[in-house]
Design a protein around this ligand. Sequence first.
Ligand SMILES: Cc1cc2nc3c(=O)[nH]c(=O)nc-3n(C[C@H](O)[C@H](O)[C@H](O)COP(=O)(O)O)c2cc1C
Length: 213
Amino acid sequence: MLFDFDAMPHGNRYKLLVSCVVPRPIAWVVSRDAAGVLNAAPYSFFNVFGEDPAVVAISVGPRPEGSAKDTLANIQATGEFTLSMVPHDLAERMVITAADFPPEVDELAEAGLSTIASTKIGTPRIAESPVAMECTLWKTIPVGVHTMVMGEVKAMHIADEAVMNAERAYIDTPKLDLVGRMHGRGWYSTTRDRVEIPRITPAEWAARKKAAE
Ligand SMILES: Cc1cc2nc3c(=O)[nH]c(=O)nc-3n(C[C@H](O)[C@H](O)[C@H](O)COP(=O)(O)O)c2cc1C
């Protein structure tokens, strides 16, 4: 079935996109306001876009009534944030931090999470997560009512037990047991069901075709 995006309400475009662009990684963002009050929230419009500079981006939508989410306002105020990845055993607590609590409620405390100081920026990271990145604001790009926030990764923290070879930067990714966001408001996937599909060269492909003749 063809869906013509020029002839469709934007809410339906959103549903089609988030139903099919799956699983999406989740950035669990900690930011702080100018007074130092911490904020945490998950963002699954998230990915990595380069390594020199090492750039990650999230896309922050407006609140239902149109105002800016705390994450965006805080990052614009301080120019920095941390993001942590979400393992399966923290997924329910990640969802608690997405609730629309009033500003005086500490989402991290509500979810039973603690923070640990960063090394290069003033914003701390979620202590319980096995992977965290310290980021400085690189650029913001308006995308309609969303704002793409691009951050430069200044440091990464990875749990010792998942580091196989630090010098070569070999990480035991399955051990991290991370989750991704699926369709709808409440579906997630684990990263436990994997398949290995080796890359091939054109010569190997030609040999394979010849063998099948
Ligand atoms: C798994 C998950 C992913 C989310 N991804 C996004 C996203 O990419 N962009 C967005 O604007 N909101 C997203 N949200 C909703 C925000 O987390 C939610 O609006 C939160 O209250 C924002 O908090 P803040 O105002 O403290 O930034 C997501 C929620 C969940 C549970």
